[in-house]
Design a protein around this ligand. Sequence first.
Ligand code: AKG
Ligand code: FE2
Length: 270
Amino acid sequence: MNTQLSTNQIDYYQENGFLIIEDFLQGPELSLWQDVITESVKNFIECDDLNLYQSADNYYSNVFIQCVNLWKTDDRVKELILNADLGRMAADLAETTGVRLYHDHAMVKQPWANPTNFHVDNPYDPFYSHQAIMFWIALDDATIQNGCLYFLPGTHKSCGFEVGGILGEVGVGELFKEYPEWAGIDPFVAEMKAGDGVFISGLVAHAAGPNMTTNLRRAFAMLFMPEDATFNGKKSALPEEVFVKLKTGDILADDVHLPLIFSYENGDPQ
Ligand SMILES: O=C(O)CCC(=O)C(=O)O
Ligand SMILES: [Fe+2]
């Protein structure tokens, strides 16, 4: 696992709102992640062949198969992702003192999957923060043909917390109704090899293309929140038992459901 970061990389992330880590996983480690996540997705949706899986027949359900919080249903996923080195990378890039896991999710674009419209993530989260950061790992080569990611560099600097864009049955550029000045920014086309990862600011505009191949495009992502993030009143992907105990303004610090992954004060909490 390639977990080294240079100051140039941190500067790049701060400037652009994303940073690709080439060869994050390689060889047997990549095979392990591919196998564990794929197995876990199959168990989650109770389907043996992801190519054949059909969810509700609407536009959004054909953007990707999405499974949230696999770390809670599968100890092998938990072991892979509660990783202090990964947490330290996220903390250093986001320039925060420590991070908790908000949630993980697998996103599998099936053959002929619809595009993922331009959107930003943090407006949907139960906390608002310029330090919200996600790590998205390609488990297959992500290409222009099968639905690689696209970024609008620098948009995290002018993004607000109110509107996130919609992934459903609207145009791929619906977000530009809210941010017309972004429509003229040339997208960065993030073709990635299987095993490459990309850190993504919670406030940078991103999208993914359709899958125009007969194969799966598998990806797995972890969403991190800064350790001092405060609750903004939205339930979002918070578990009910966490949500019911919270008041707006409380620090999100539930060690069971939102585990501390890395903190400069606590070292390796796991
Ligand atoms: O994998 C994709 O198609 C989109 C990923 C994404 O937008 C996310 O994980 O927030
Ligand atoms: Fe996203």
